[in-house]
Design a protein around this ligand. Sequence first.
Ligand SMILES: *Cc1c(COP(=O)(O)O)cnc(C)c1O
Length: 372
Amino acid sequence: MSSAETSNAILTIDLDALVANWAYLNGLLEGTPCGAAIKADAYGLGAGHAAVALAKAGCEQFFVAQIDEGIVVRNCLDDAGLDGAIHMLSGPMPEFGKAVMQACAEHKLTPVLNSLADIAAWKSFNAALACDIHVDTGMLRLGLAPGELAAIAGDASLIKGLNISYVISHLACSEDAATAKNKQQLQDFKSALALFPGCKASLANSAAIFLGPEYFFDLARPGIALYGANPLPGQPNPMAQVITLQGKILQVRDVDTPQTVGYGATHKITAKGRIATVGVGYADGYMRSLSNKGFGFIDGFKVPLVGRVSMDLLTFDVSGAPHGAARAGAMIELIGPQVPIDAVADAAATNTYELLTGLGPRYHRIFKSENT
Ligand SMILES: *Cc1c(COP(=O)(O)O)cnc(C)c1O
């Protein structure tokens, strides 16, 4: 049923822009290969489409969070006749038996081993299959803890026989180029790498690519910048916008007496105004925190979102836009070239990660590419 005509909103994903962003980052890396974080369905944009487009462009290393994401990506690459390593960040989870490890073997997924327990389980499952090692250098989330590294330092047989693709770690504050924490983590990562002689290493996410070559190692694994977010807060965004979200105007209301708009009557029209109602809401991931803060563009005119964001509806003050443009059936740009994802995330008091991964299933999605 979903079609551009019948849907209340159209989400266009520009795969050429995605590939251009990857090529741009790849070019910054001075020969170090650039992978791609495509976890959470490529940050909500479609992991299969993203993986195929990037693999065609030469990307060979993909990162997902969970086993089912990895299987989807493997199937999409297979169907397209493409190959690539798919690394699974949440690891083999031996606590739940062998199911995850068996799925890794069956679908050619590389589990990231996050603890000595993971390592022991993978060794007894099948040490010959490729794995990664995650070293925690200051996130206290996943990865080998300092005590576990000390145990390996004391007994190298703990990791003997493993077929390690990459030793990885993750920065806590990569967007803050000035913080001492980056250097500390870099130092701790290098110390840990001494325990894995001859192994390749990977540290950099999107923002860390801009911290310089020290952070490159043998593979970068950017995510958010590929999808158009600014990896350099406070500076001009070097990335191309990847998504455009257009919401359809369902109705336009002319007001000539003082009235209020929406739930809670939080916006007052004091004299005259024109309100356009768009069929998108917080159920679609257009966050309620954008109430009285968001904005859209119609026909080159900026229009403020007024009143609260409802579950299925948004209200814009279109008094400043030409009547011919702001009419029922016309589209308002909610995210796109004139309404960048960074600006929307700021207005919503969140980050671009949460904004993108929250984009809902009701949008009609169009994957745009000149190259397919
Ligand atoms: C999500 C993630 C990335 C990508 O991070 P971005 O900030 O989106 O570039 C890289 N590595 C790990 C371990 C991740 O979880």
